[in-house]
Design a protein around this ligand. Structure first.
Ligand SMILES: Nc1nc2c(c(=O)[nH]1)N[C@H]1C(S)=C(S)[C@@H](COP(=O)(O)OP(=O)(O)OC[C@H]3O[C@@H](n4cnc5c(=O)[nH]c(N)nc54)[C@H](O)[C@@H]3O)O[C@H]1N2
Ligand SMILES: Nc1nc2c(c(=O)[nH]1)N[C@H]1C(S)=C(S)[C@@H](COP(=O)(O)OP(=O)(O)OC[C@H]3O[C@@H](n4cnc5c(=O)[nH]c(N)nc54)[C@H](O)[C@@H]3O)O[C@H]1N2
Ligand code: SF4
Ligand SMILES: [Mo]
Length: 722
């Protein structure tokens, strides 16, 4: 069994302290505690789960009295959540739902764009005016001049993009290419396995050789960490492959530090070593894979000696990791997103995904690759019903969210974007090439509507802001990309102020636009229930009614889950593809060409990574407690690079490139290798002295495949400020 932490019981003292913190931090009323104490019989308990774009999708329980949350705690019964929410979410009611800065009514802009000067208006007025403007935009420029920009601020099936998708499809608006996270990774993995689902996260306890490859588990996937720890207690070795000394890397038995973006070379050299030294599982290869001969000849060029300089690792280390991995019994590789934000991101995932097939690691429980889990929910639920959207009346175009700055600023797009609807996203912080994004948002002729909880860096540019409900106030069904528990999210309290779910905003707007179709009438509850209309065995025994009683349920998966012990890969041939059937999409390392001037001007590679301990992307970066605990962002620079620039720890430095600039304090550290600097992602520009954050520097170029964001293909110079 697993050795997850036993949760502490919720004591009266802890409860009172929660109340006190509420009063001082965010104005949770004292009467809330009093009411709870006086009328315990009126307490109502509901179940829910975290909405964040986080692999853990934690289950929680909310106690409510007189429509106020009195207790908010992690599920103690769900073995993956194991009684613990992360530090970002454990005070969610006070730091988000009841926060005094929360937007409580629709707002209309009264100052210049970006001034964040708004006046409250009614929903009726807001919807009417937005509909009128939208009709004008469509009449003058066509529906493709309208662009939705929604991402994964909530991952709930209903509030993520369901009604909005119906609405914009009906309208014929431009489509958003939603590929900033995970698509390049998925395209690499799918090219080999035909899917992205490998082993189940909890089964990592059975592994005895664990490679966390480009993932910061201890921070970004905290609920997997106890399972890794259990495996280590049972003797597993933990290897972390990451150029950065992450929180996870600090705890590894072996931290391997390739140059950023060179993992494809490392993986191919490992494959070559394994094949040269006869460490492969030939029977597995012969039975369940295709393309081995082509792969063998392809990896001929990837001798460890040949790639050593590029990867920045001694050939012997490469051979050692290959040998140890091949002999792992069983060995598992955990990948998530980290490697994908590089120019050759998809190729890296493709090459790494071949390893468990070559060594036959798939044969044993806990061996293989651990990547996503969302496909399991896709199979289990009535996805088709949920994804239902009206037939598009017109063929429409796709605008990449990664290049939203270019799209907004472009004079060449025809029609140019005239109306932008932002929900579940904060692109002014999270999209690359930030100055271009902000320049676009500042356009006087761009009509911008934002659905939000707070006036974010993006929302401040809105013409209208509508108050969105939080996860405590709406229905949803939560699937996960990092584990295999389905959660029902039941509203615990009525909407705060005049907040409405995203779905309701789009229903109201559809009605104001004269869209009378029945699919705009379905309620959130109808939609949640309809997802259960499925006979799939994974859903056996799990119903809407059962989930109302338990909150969560483990998908009914075969036990033990050893998906590819006998092949059966969901590719066309049923085989694991060690060489792509098209002969073209091979895993390649193609460095981005840079001219001598560019190299001279911007010699340092920037890693703009989510290394903060207190934010979830840009969410919570406005919460005072978390912002204070996180402290100001710093740039990590290696001692050698600092020395030639006469930079000392704590100095103020100027970081710049062709896209933007930042002024931060330097941290001279071995967390980064020579030639690399790192700045954490997530901070809101409005809290930083220059009014811009790290994405002011990042590139908006795509990855090799999957149209992912090659964010880390960014080069800068750093100069000490006098
Ligand atoms: N606390 C916290 N948790 C989060 C998030 C958050 O913002 N904060 N965000 C959530 C989201 S949206 C996502 S997608 C996941 C992401 O979770 P992860 O996949 O863990 O991804 P990242 O944190 O982006 O990057 C992980 C590591 O990849 C490393 N890395 C960067 N480039 C390379 C490379 O070329 N090769 C190798 N080997 N490693 C490289 C980085 O240094 C970093 O330490 O986390 C989720 N969880
Ligand atoms: N430099 C750099 N940039 C990155 C990354 C990186 O590693 N480095 N990571 C990238 C990745 S992996 C990702 S996933 C993206 C994430 O980028 P975003 O999806 O923009 O993520 P957040 O910053 O969390 O913004 C989500 C917003 O949704 C809002 N929200 C939450 N729930 C609801 C709701 O129910 N309704 C409405 N209307 N709003 C809601 C929150 O208040 C928050 O402001 O960032 C990407 N950007
Ligand atoms: S952000 Fe992730 S770890 Fe934190 S509570 Fe939500 S799902 Fe759990
Ligand atoms: Mo992400």
């Amino acid at each position: 069994m697993t050795k997850t932490k036993t949760p502490k019981p919720f004591t009266r003292r802890a409860f009172i302290e929660t109340g006190i913190r509420g009063v001082t931090v965010a104005g949770l009323s004292t009467t809330m505690v009093g009411q709870w104490a006086c009328h315990p019989e009126r307490d109502k308990r509901t179940f829910g789960a975290c909405h964040h774009d986080c692999p853990d999708c934690c289950s929680w329980e909310v106690t409510v009295n007189n429509d106020r949350v009195t207790k908010f705690q992690a599920s103690t019964s769900n073995p993956f959540t194991a009684g613990k929410l992360c530090n970002k979410m454990d005070q969610f009611p006070v730091e988000v739902t009841y926060h005094p800065d929360r937007i409580q009514t629709p707002l209309k802009r009264i100052g210049p764009k970006g001034s964040a000067e708004f006046t409250p208006i009614s929903w009726d007025q807001g919807i009417k005016e937005v509909a009128e403007k939208l009709k004008t935009v469509v009449a003058d420029h066509g529906p493709q001049a309208v662009l939705p920009f929604g991402y994964a601020g909530t991952e709930g099936l209903i509030q993520n993009n369901l009604m909005s998708n119906r609405f914009f499809t009906q309208l014929g608006a431009s489509r958003l290419g939603r590929t900033i996270c995970g698509d390049a990774a998925a395209s690499g993995t799918e090219a080999v396995m035909g899917c992205t689902t490998g082993i189940l996260p909890e089964d990592i306890i059975h592994a005895r050789y664990i490679i966390l490859w480009g993932t910061n588990t201890a921070r970004s996937n905290q609920h997997l960490w106890p399972f890794v720890t259990s495996a280590r207690s049972a003797g597993a070795k933990l290897v972390v492959i990451d150029p950065y000394l992450s929180e996870t890397a600090k705890q590894a038995d072996w931290h391997i530090r390739p140059r950023p973006g060179t993992d494809v070379l490392l993986a191919l050299a490992m494959i070559k070593t394994i094949l040269d030294e006869g460490l492969q599982d030939q029977d597995y290869i012969d039975s369940y894979t295709s393309g081995i001969e082509l792969l063998k000849s392809y990896v001929r060029d990837f001798e460890p000696e040949k790639i050593s300089a590029g990867v920045g690792l001694p050939p012997e280390s490469i051979r050692t990791i290959a040998r140890e991995y091949a002999n792992g019994d069983p060995a598992v590789i955990r990948v998530l997103i980290g490697m994908e934000h590089q120019a050759n991101g998809a190729s890296a995932f493709q090459a790494v995904t071949m390893l468990p097939a070559i060594t036959g690691a798939w044969r044993k429980h806990g061996g293989g690759l651990l990547h996503y889990t969302y496909e399991l929910f896709g199979q289990a639920l009535n996805w088709q019903r949920l994804e239902f959207s009206p037939e598009s009346k017109n063929e429409t175009r796709e605008i990449s969210m990664i290049q939203i700055g270019q799209a907004l600023a472009s004079s060449e797009l025809d029609p140019s974007i005239k109306a932008l609807f932002v929900y579940n996203a904060n692109p002014a912080v999270t999209a690359p090439n930030q100055n271009l994004v902000v320049q676009g948002l500042q356009r006087e002729d761009l009509f911008t509507v934002v659905l939000e909880h707070f006036v974010t860096d993006t929302a401040r540019y809105a013409d209208y802001i509508f108050p969105a409900t939080t996860q405590l106030e709406h229905w949803d069904l939560m699937v996960s990309w990092g584990q295999n528990y389905l959660n029902l999210n039941e509203p615990a309290i009525p909407p705060v102020g005049e907040a409405k779910p995203n779905s309701e905003f789009f229903r109201l707007l559809a009605s104001a636009m004269g869209f009378g179709e029945a699919y705009f009438q379905e309620t959130d509850l109808d939609l949640v229930k309809s997802a259960f209309d499925s006979n799939h065995p994974y859903l056996q025994g799990i119903t809407f009614r059962s989930l109302r009683k338990t909150g969560w349920a483990r998908l009914n998966l075969p036990d033990p889950w050893i998906p590819f012990a006998q092949g059966n890969f969901p590719t066309d041939s049923g085989k694991c593809q060690l060489f792509p059937p098209d002969g073209v999409t091979i895993p390649e390392y193609v460095p981005v060409a840079r001219g001598p001037e560019e190299i001279a001007h911007f010699p340092l590679k920037l890693m703009a990574i989510k290394s903060t301990a207190h934010f979830l992307n840009s969410s919570h970066a406005n919460a005072e407690r978390l912002r204070t605990e996180e402290g100001a962002p710093r740039i990590d620079i290696n001692a050698a690079d600092a020395e030639i620039r006469q930079i000392q720890d704590g100095d103020n430095v100027w970081i710049y490139n062709e896209r933007g600039e930042l002024k931060l304090k330097a941290r001279v550290t071995d967390a980064v290798l020579t030639g690399i600097v790192s700045i954490p992602q997530g901070f809101w520009s409005m809290y930083l002295p220059d009014q811009s954050s790290v994405n002011a520097l990042t590139t908006d170029r795509w990855t090799d495949r999957g149209q992912g964001a090659a964010l880390q293909e960014t080069w800068v110079e750093v100069v000490r400020m006098s």
